[in-house]
Design a protein around this ligand. Structure first.
Ligand code: FAD
Length: 392
């Protein structure tokens, strides 16, 4: 059975100074009060354009992001490669509103795909629909209200952008993951992604659909798409995650008086995630799977299933994935044991990746157990390094 406890492996790419910084960062985000006030201040500072760049760039941004540009990500990308981890270069800027910005986002993703031809350290391309489409448009599409002529044209342009990205990915031989977002735009996203899978996954797994397993309906949906793909003769590919918008989902459901689409508790989400993982592994003959989680139990269960069923660690259709700055102990130990591992490497102008950073801080607060684990492991490694220095 694989162990995630080897901190020498887990933090091989981190200097002692970086580890100390990470320690302080996790101590801060562990405190919900600090995160709430910090998020509020960051939002205000961002709106009034307070020059906080230098503070952020050397702290929270440096921990969770590769840089402001692809070029700045090179150092982290190389470090990942040294440990056999692939990078998922993720343009994490949010809040775009204009057609020009959506086209620019598409071009950035196309540039990543081009770069992957030269740099084998890039494992997947990735994008989210809210980066290439107006959020309100996707939301309206998911309702009973009809889009007017102008909106229909706009919607066609969104589909074309997504299609251009998937066509380029297929051509370059790199798979592309499409992130999942808030449930009130996800119906529109699901529909487009299903069509893209049908179009581009005829011979191999190019397009990866993301399923948020905190959603009550998604285990059923997974099986439905699997069946649909069988009938229509294409290969389904899924990235499984638990879901990042739980509080927002619940708040909206309560405010608008509809039943929350999210499982009632963590155990139910965990059960759904692990069942979905098992279902994909059982059907790995035609499914490709990316297990996107920082949860040790979920990773252990997947590894156990692979061992019991003699699926090789480097099985080309099974990937594990984590986010930069989180759960290096899982990523680096899995990679060392020969499993396919990738890490999201978010980048973009600091001001525009702020919502992403705030989500990561909030996530680390709400998952107190996980933050405690990160702190424990960092402390263990710092002690190990200190003892090693003393021995010399
Ligand atoms: C590679 C990668 C890609 C990702 N892509 C996406 C994406 O496209 N879309 C997206 O939404 N998220 C995405 N995420 C984030 C992900 O959805 C989770 O927010 C994050 O990974 C934490 O879940 P976990 O499985 O790592 O860990 P855990 O700590 O085991 O789980 C925390 C998660 O459990 C769920 N949860 C917690 N408490 C409760 C509760 N009381 N009731 C019900 N559920 C609860 C929530 O989803 C919470 O985020 C991605 C994560 C990774 C690692």
């Amino acid at each position: 059975m694989i162990s995630f406890d080897d901190t020498r492996v887990a933090f091989v790419s981190k200097t002692t100074a970086e580890l100390r910084k990470a320690w302080w960062l996790f101590i801060m985000v562990k405190n919900p009060g600090i995160v709430r006030v910090g998020s509020l201040l960051l939002n205000i500072a961002n709106r009034i354009r307070l020059p906080l760049r230098w503070v952020l760039k050397s702290t929270v941004f440096k921990h969770f992001c590769g840089g402001e540009t692809i070029e700045e990500c090179k150092e982290t990308l190389d470090k990942f490669s040294d440990s056999g981890i692939k990078a998922v270069l993720d343009y994490a800027a949010e809040g775009a509103q204009s057609e020009k910005e959506f086209d620019e986002a598409r071009d950035r993703i196309l540039a990543t795909i081009e770069l992957s031809r030269l740099n084998s350290g890039i494992g997947f391309a990735v994008f989210k629909f809210s980066g290439i489409a107006r959020f309100a448009l996707l939301e309206k599409y998911g309702t009973d209200e009809n889009l007017n002529k102008k909106e229909l044209d706009e919607y066609e342009r969104v589909k074309k952008r997504a299609d251009d990205i998937c066509a380029a990915a297929k051509d370059a031989g790199i798979p592309v993951m499409i992130d999942a977002e808030e449930s009130w735009i996800q119906d529109a996203v699901d529909e487009i992604v299903e069509n893209l899978m049908e179009k581009y996954n005829k011979e191999s797994h190019v397009v990866y659909h993301t399923l948020q397993m905190y959603r009550i309906d998604k285990l059923f949906y997974l099986k439905k798409i699997h069946e649909k793909a069988r009938k229509k003769r294409y290969y389904p590919a899924f990235k499984l995650v638990r879901g990042a918008y739980m509080e927002k989902e619940r708040e909206r459901a309560q405010k608008l008086s509809y039943a929350s689409p999210i499982h009632p508790d963590k155990d139910a989400t965990d059960g759904a995630f692990n069942n979905a993982t098992r279902f994909c592994l059982e059907n790995i003959g035609n499914i490709a799977l990316c297990i996107g989680t920082h949860n040790e139990i979920s990773c252990h269960e997947a590894v156990e299933f692979m061992e019991e069923n003699e699926l090789a660690p480097a099985h080309k259709k099974i990937h594990f994935s984590q986010l930069m700055g989180m759960s290096d102990h899982i990523s680096y130990n899995l990679a060392k044991a020969g499993y396919n591992v990738s890490k999201y490497l978010p980048y973009g102008p600091i001001r525009l990746v702020m919502p992403y950073l705030i989500r990561r801080a909030e996530e680390n607060t709400s998952v107190a157990g996980q933050t405690g684990r990160e702190l424990f492991l960092i402390k263990k490694e710092l002690k190990r390094r200190k003892d090693e220095r003393h021995k010399k």
